[in-house]
Design a protein around this ligand. Structure first.
Ligand code: ADQ
Length: 469
């Protein structure tokens, strides 16, 4: 079995004792895949070190996994990470053309950092390594490695949505991005819809042609494109939720509710997650339902993220103001409708909080998959499950047919769905839960890793005769 090399923007290097305390399902699954193949995990340390160019790596071994991380300098972080990745590619892939900033300086920084990463990674590679690159920060990495003569199989997984051709083509260097992707052997996307969009960008914009099956040819290279919907570590999450009320945070929350119904939202503070629209919908629900006043509490747990990007700082302010306004208008001396917390909590606490909630609100305006939707369902009590209210614009909506699917731009309809979720009879709730759990168990994050790596490692090019123009 070839060695696995995972490349991601941030690398969760274990503590000296060998544990990654805050690791989520994805990190745990990748770590497990690395351990079973023997492996190397390469990327940014997350640290910013003065003005020094990226020229050295910190390398640490834990068992049969090697972690190799580089610090970035201030300029690299500004241009590559906070700039092109998070002010051009992120908003673009989430259809937010109003928030994109296509600075030429940031673009240059993005390609420069990818070149530096390739220069540091290439000497660590062995000829039969299987290389798996993650997410939009690193699209040009394979092309840079190919320039340096790397012939290994290299796969890319795009965790966020892939936009339609009309949206992608607003990016001045979209051809370079498509060319960068054509240097991979497998481009993995979350859903069939993303694959359709990607194929549209490729074929309609004239960057490549379909060869039949999942195969494409572009810039003289043949590669596969496929949908690999990511899952969660379902069994572990179920187990954590069963013990959830032993968790002090979940226990304190339950006690503090005084028998009120809990509605929960858990997201990074990001404009793609629709937090403002969700607060408006919850507020509308309270206005429309006099009986809910004083009897339902909405807990929104939202750690701040990417505060160095101006659009995120603006949003932090807006959401805080909106929450304050709603609480001021609708609250009472003994009841606050919205508890808004800017905090990261442990996975055990999250599992416990999901379990005590009557409804989970996962209402992004656009999301590659959304793991919170899957975690919320996995954490429910099978005998008395809560209900998931899920945006049709999350990749997860394509699998989770037992959720109440909403359009998050439609405040009234989302408010109605919250009401329906809270008052749903237990039989209907169980039916919805039972329709989703088998899929969550079967398509967990380990199965996702396996299915992606099987295709990457076993792919054989189609014969020329069978090509479809
Ligand atoms: P994200 O945009 O980060 O991921 P998501 O899929 O919801 O979004 O994952 C967030 C993770 O962070 C979840 O595991 C959640 O439990 C955790 N989390 C969120 N808030 C937390 C808090 N307050 N405390 C502790 N943990 C918290 C990107 C894409 C998604 C895609 C994933 C994986 O944007 O669409 O599903 O990658 O591919």
């Amino acid at each position: 079995m070839p060695r696995l090399v995972v490349v991601s923007n941030r690398v969760p290097v274990p503590s000296p004792k060998g544990s990654t305390a805050t690791a989520g399902g994805l990190a745990v699954a990748l770590e497990a895949a690395l351990k079973s193949h023997g492996g190397l995990w390469f990327g940014w340390s997350g640290k910013t070190s003065g003005d020094r160019e990226i020229e050295w790596l910190e390398i640490r071994d834990f068992g049969n996994v090697t972690y190799a991380v580089a610090d970035l300098n201030r300029r690299d972080v500004d241009e590559y990470y906070a700039g092109f990745a998070n002010r051009a590619l992120w908003p673009l892939c989430h259809y937010r053309l109003d928030l994109t900033d296509f600075s030429r300086k940031d673009m240059a920084g993005y390609f420069r950092v990818n070149r530096s990463f390739a220069r540091l990674l290439a000497p660590l590679l062995r000829p039969d390594d299987l290389i798996w690159v993650h997410d939009y920060h690193l699209i040009p990495l394979a092309a840079e490695l190919r320039h340096m003569g790397v012939k290994n199989r290299i796969g890319y997984f795009h965790h966020i949505p892939w936009p339609p051709a009309d949206v992608l083509s607003t990016l001045p260097v979209h051809d370079t991005i498509m060319r960068g992707l054509a240097a991979y052997d497998l481009v993995g996307l979350q859903t069939d819809y993303d694959v359709e969009n990607f194929a549209g960008c490729m074929v309609r914009e004239g960057f490549g042609r379909a060869l039949g099956g999942n195969w494409y040819e572009s810039y003289g290279h043949r590669f596969q494109v496929g949908a690999f919907p990511i899952g969660i570590d379902t069994d572990i999450f179920v187990q954590m939720a069963e013990e959830g009320l032993k968790n002090p945070i979940a226990k304190r929350t339950k006690e503090s509710l005084n028998d009120r119904d809990l509605v929960i939202g858990v997201d990074r503070l990001d404009y793609s997650k629709g937090i403002g629209q969700r607060i408006e919908a919850f507020s509308r629900f309270i206005e429309m339902s006099p009986s809910a006043k004083g009897h339902v509490t909405f807990l929104q747990i939202t750690p701040k993220s990417r505060s160095e990007v101006p659009e995120y700082a603006d949003m932090q302010k807006e959401i805080a103001e909106l929450t304050g306004r709603v609480n001021g208008q609708l609250g009472d001396v003994d009841w606050v409708p919205i508890r808004y917390v800017n905090k990261t909590v442990s996975r055990a606490a999250l599992a416990g909080l999901y379990r005590i909630a009557r409804a989970g609100l996962v209402t992004p305006l656009r999301d590659g998959m959304n793991l919170v939707a899957k975690e919320f369902v996995a954490a429910q009590d099978p005998n008395d499950p809560g209900v998931l209210v899920l945006s049709r614009f999350a990749g997860a909506a394509r699998e989770m047919d037992g959720a109440l699917i909403v359009n998050p731009y439609d405040t009234e309809a989302t408010a109605n769905a919250i009401g329906r979720a809270i008052s749903m009879p237990v039989e209907a709730r169980r039916e919805r839960y039972n329709s989703m759990m088998p899929k969550l168990r079967e398509h967990d994050v380990a199965a996702w890793c396996r299915s992606y790596l099987d295709v990457l490692s076993q792919a054989t090019e189609p014969q020329s005769e069978g090509l479809r123009a």
